[in-house]
Each structure stands twice: as structure tokens, then as C-alpha cells.
Design a protein around this ligand. Structure first.
Ligand code: FES
Ligand code: FE2
Length: 467
């Protein structure tokens, strides 16, 4: 790819000019990190909280990133966001990581006690006569708003008042995910950890399945033919997922084992209740032809899961219909920092926030459906663990074991760029080049149409963008 046109006077250092090669300084250079802070994080939609965390009028929760902080709150007119700073001398009105309800007291500044109601209107200035009236007009004192939008059971915020909407930014992948009724899911648990690695290194560990063979060997061992058909040799195709030396029952047992390992390993992504239903699909009624057998089995599993969960009162989507009308991939990314692993009706959700050029906060939610009226209380705070804690499910723990050592390796003498597979690691390149587009101030519409290409691009190929 030739050097791309620039849209601003500023140059983007360590820009990706060959899609197969990602310059490593992007992952530790302070100047690059500062540019991301200025040009990327200030202009993109970010997952701020789960909707169920602010169920009642007055409920609020604080979201912060790179020194910016927002109060996300439910008002009588819906969810709104306010920049978290007192209009007097700038003290934060609510603490970082906090949550509460402002209905009775409003927001009270801890410094001199000025107050705001839940709609962001100032209701009290102590010693009003001490100030020039020109400083105290209603508009002057109201809390400035931050853009918010709701989707997939989450509230997203954007610090850019001129940003395109969530739907314009993410496009078809958002529609496809919404059809899977994610807004109806609730969190079962929420973990958070600090990882000594650049946020992009952490994201990129989830953009391909090529690492399964070495990083998640238990999955590879359970169904080697499944993973080899995707990564191990060149033939591909669903028929290769069947081991010709195994009986039909043995092949199906291996597929079920894979689901069990995914469930134990990831919790939310494949839920234990879904595995239980998958086990009920009999192997002997499946066609003998290997091509047909797996397809029939998977369709029967999806049908059994949907019917079984509906019978329990869960509002789950018709997975077989969606597989045709709105297919999604193993991991779907909502640029820049939130991604979902939608397997059957349950989901693992991940959010990554930079905390320095070589550190990030990494959070995981396990999301699933519940019968109406049986939803659990919202999970209000994450369980914070060290990244190598054995309390993490095994699969993220295996992923986390690579991320910090990759960050270290990037500093090695002579290691100037990563080398990407054009078949399976295209998304890493696409992601990085969209980041470059933000850093170069490319037009919003061009950035949005490039962002649409990230949907369904897990394990995918390179795309070229005209910025
Ligand atoms: S800084 Fe908030 S009341 Fe003074
Ligand atoms: Fe992984």
C-alpha cells in the first residue's frame, strides 16, 4: 500500500504504511500515546456502563478515561451524561469509580458545597452575594453535557459533540448484535484487572483464533480437526472438522467437549445451561455424511437451546434464523475498546481502557438472559484481581499470560514491526489503520465507513482505506 493522503498538518508517527507490518513503537511511544489521547479517545464512542446499573431515576455512575470523567445518570427524561467538574473551581463532583443516587441530595461539591440537581441545573451557591452575578447565570452554572447513547444493554459516551451517531459509526454490526437481544441480557459477574501492556496489544489478542493451538491447547486437543480445519492446513471447509477415524458419536462427543471447555473457560460466552441443552441432542439421528452431520448437529443444538431457554421464560433470539439473516463472528468489535463474544444466547463482553503507554485496565462481563422478574441485582462494581489470578476463568487467564510478555518482547533490539498473516490477522492491521485515520483527522464519514468493515472481520483479511 502506498503512503496515504493526510488530512491534517500533523504527521502520524509510526503510521502503518504496509498492511502486513505494524510498527512496534505504536505500542510504547509516549508521543503516539499522547496523540491517541488527543485524537482518538476524545472522539470515539466508549462503553461507560451497563444500563441496569442506573435503573432508577437519580441513579448515577462515574466513567473515566485518560483523565476525563463523566457522570452517567438516569433522569426523568432518560439517560444523560454530565462532565464531572464543579462550575466553581473544577473539583470533581463524584468520585472516580463511584455510583449512587442523586434524587434526594443532588450532586454536592465537596469543596464549597455548591449543588446541582439530577438534570444538571445548579440549585445552590453558598454566599451567592460574594460573586459577580455575571458568573452565576443559569446557563453559566449548568453542568455541561456529554453525548450518550444506549445500545446492547449499555450506555456509550462520546466526548465529541460533533461525532456521528453510534449507529452511523458502527453500522451493520450493531444491527446484527441488537437482533440477538443483547439489551435484554444482565451481567452475572464483572471482573477487572490491570495488565502491563499497551491497550492495543490487549485488544489484538482477541482478533484472531490462530493462537488457539498454542495458547488454549485444551481446545485444540478436544477437537484438533476443528481448529486445524481453520488454521492448521490449507483445505478448510466444515467437512474437515470431522475426524474420519472417529465414529459419528465420537465426533459429536468431541464437539460437546469443546462446548464444555468453552463454557468452563469463558463462563459467559457459552453458558453452562446451554451446554446442558446441547448434550440432549442425539447423535444417532444425524446424517452419516460428515458435511451434513455437523451442520445438522449445530442447527439442532441451537434449536434445542432456544426452545429450552424460552420454556424457562427467557427472551432469547431464534439463533438458526439469525445465522442466516444476521450472522455474527466469534468476536465482534465495537471500535475502539468494547467487544463481544456472542456464541449462543449468552455473551462475554470485554472493555479495555489505556492507563499509560504500557498499561491498561481490562474488564470482562459475563452476560446472559433471565426469565422476566428473575433478573439478579445489578453488579455495581467489578471484582478486581491480579491478571494472573487463578480466579479468572482459564481461557482469559491463558490469554493474559501472553499479553505482558508480548509487550516486553516489543522492546527487543531489531524488532521493528509485527508480521501479520494476510489470511487470518487482517483485522489487527485494519484496526491500526483506522486508528491512524483518527490520528490524521480523516473525515468522520470515511472513518465510519472503514469502521463498518471491522464487523465480521474476526480472523479476516486486510482492507484498504482511502485515508
Ligand atoms: S470548587 Fe466546587 S464549590 Fe468550590
Ligand atoms: Fe484466546
Amino acid at each position: 500500500m502506498s503512503t496515504s493522503p493526510m488530512y491534517s498538518d500533523s504527521t502520524v508517527p509510526f503510521r502503518v504504511t504496509d498492511p502486513q507490518k505494524i510498527p512496534v513503537k505504536r505500542y510504547y511511544d509516549q508521543g503516539f500515546y499522547d496523540l491517541e489521547t488527543d485524537k482518538l479517545w476524545s472522539r470515539t464512542w466508549q462503553m461507560a456502563c451497563r444500563v441496569e446499573q442506573i435503573q432508577n431515576v437519580g441513579d448515577w455512575i462515574e466513567y473515566s478515561i485518560l483523565g476525563k470523567s463523566v457522570i452517567v445518570t438516569r433522569t426523568k427524561d432518560g439517560i444523560r451524561g454530565f462532565h464531572n467538574a464543579c462550575r466553581h473551581r473544577g473539583v470533581q463532583l463524584v468520585p472516580g469509580g463511584g455510583h449512587g443516587n442523586c434524587k434526594t441530595q443532588g450532586f454536592i461539591c465537596p469543596f464549597h458545597g455548591w449543588r446541582w440537581n439530577g438534570e444538571g441545573k445548579n440549585t445552590f451557591v453558598y454566599g451567592r452575594h460574594l460573586f459577580d452575578e455575571s458568573l452565576l447565570g443559569e446557563d453559566e452554572l449548568k453542568l455541561p453535557e456529554c453525548r450518550v447513547e444506549e445500545a446492547l444493554g449499555c450506555v456509550f459516551v462520546n466526548f465529541d459533540d460533533d461525532a456521528l451517531s453510534l449507529r452511523e459509526t458502527w453500522g451493520p454490526v450493531l444491527d446484527a448484535l441488537e437482533k440477538r437481544l443483547h439489551a435484554d441480557q444482565r451481567a452475572e459477574w464483572w471482573f477487572s484487572t490491570e495488565i502491563p501492556a499497551n491497550w492495543k496489544i490487549a485488544m489484538e489478542a482477541f482478533m484472531e483464533g490462530y493462537h488457539v493451538m498454542r495458547t488454549h491447547p485444551q481446545l485444540q486437543r478436544a477437537v484438533p480437526s476443528l481448529y486445524n480445519s481453520m488454521y492448521g492446513h490449507d483445505t478448510g471447509g466444515i467437512g474437515d472438522q470431522v475426524n474420519p477415524h472417529w465414529t459419528k458419536a465420537e465426533n459429536i462427543a468431541a464437539q460437546v467437549k469443546n462446548l464444555e471447555l468453552l463454557s468452563e473457560g469463558m463462563a459467559g460466552m457459552v453458558h453452562a445451561k446451554e451446554v446442558e441443552l446441547a448434550r440432549m441432542v442425539p447423535a444417532d439421528v444425524l446424517p452419516d455424511d460428515p458435511q451434513q452431520m455437523l451442520m445438522h448437529w449445530f442447527g439442532a443444538v441451537q434449536h434445542t437451546i432456544v426452545e429450552g431457554l424460552k420454556a424457562r421464560g427467557e427472551n432469547v433470539p431464534d439463533l438458526n434464523a439469525l445465522a442466516v439473516s444476521d450472522p455474527v463472528h466469534a468476536v465482534e468489535f465495537l471500535f475502539p475498546h468494547y467487544f463481544l463474544l456472542p456464541f449462543f444466547t449468552s455473551t462475554s463482553a470485554y472493555r479495555i481502557r489505556p492507563t499509560g503507554p504500557e498499561s491498561c485496565t481490562f474488564e470482562i462481563w459475563s452476560l446472559t438472559h433471565f426469565p422476566k422478574g428473575e433478573e439478579p441485582d445489578p453488579v455495581m462494581e467489578p471484582t478486581v484481581l491480579p491478571y494472573d489470578s487463578d480466579q479468572f476463568p482459564p481461557i482469559p487467564r491463558q490469554d493474559y499470560s501472553n499479553i505482558p510478555v508480548q509487550q516486553k518482547g516489543l522492546h527487543a533490539k531489531g524488532f521493528e514491526f509485527m508480521r501479520l498473516s494476510k489470511e487470518k490477522e487482517g483485522m489487527i492491521s485494519n484496526y491500526n489503520r483506522i486508528i491512524d485515520g483518527y490520528l490524521a483527522d480523516a473525515p468522520r464519514e470515511k472513518l465510519a465507513s472503514a469502521t463498518h468493515t471491522l464487523g465480521g472481520n474476526f480472523d479476516g483479511q486486510f482492507f484498504l482505506y482511502d485515508f
